[in-house]
Design a protein around this ligand. Sequence first.
Ligand code: HEC
Length: 242
Amino acid sequence: MRKFLLTLTLALVPGLLVALPANSVSASVDVDPHDKQSLQRGAMLFANYCMACHEASLMRYNRIGQDLGLDEDLVEKYLIFKPGTQVHDVMTNVMSQSDAEQWFGAPAPDLTLYARRHGPDRVYRFLTGFYRDDDQPFGVNNTVVSGVSMPHVLEVMQGLPEPRYEERDGRMVVVGVEEATNGKVSPAEFRGAMRDLTNFMDYMAEPVKAERERLGVRVLIFLFIFLIVAYLLKREYWKDVH
Ligand code: HEC
């Protein structure tokens, strides 16, 4: 049911998706903290696909609800899957770090501040950078984190891309991935969904960003008006001196 809802949401927004960059190790992404619909879709993706292993232990569900315009019922229905969790709780999961290390060979890091530390481009490249590599334990590798211990959790959605090679200094290196055609959604829709997820992770890393930008504009307008007033006042004071 959740996957169905997700696919439905993705299907409603194809118009936004065309201009996004294809995957390569240098792809970049525009995030927009004011695009609430994108953030809502990103939050759903995060809760459905990432929180099985990752936590966002510095973020509370009800804060997301307030910022993204979702009331508590919607937050409970679409974002909370861990039994016993309330809307005012932080976003923890049930998997312990030691279990994760044992199962995947590396702990799944807390993702609350990841985008702030590494920037949204890296998040987007990582999420669109999984490719088939039969030498790896999970059969996948990643253009950003070589030898990655995270499985390609969105394989059903995207399909499994083949790597794209280029020759650099006499050896073949992976520079990106080909478009996968065996997923549930089209490559453009997948890129759109990864932009939403990146947008959400960027918001989560700095929830006040949208408010700060709004405030910044107001402060600049105030300063501009104040400048005019100050200038007129100065002219008035000095007019008899000259
Ligand atoms: C099945 C468990 C699992 C799921 C589900 C999962 N991850 Fe991971 N993730 C991991 C593990 C394990 C690592 C550590 C990888 C490593 O160090 O090689 C990791 C690492 C990462 C990293 C850090 C990469 C780096 O810079 O080293 C990011 C970002 C990330 N995951 C994002 C996500 C997102 C977004 C989702 C949801 C779409 C997700 N993960 C779902 C297990 C998971």
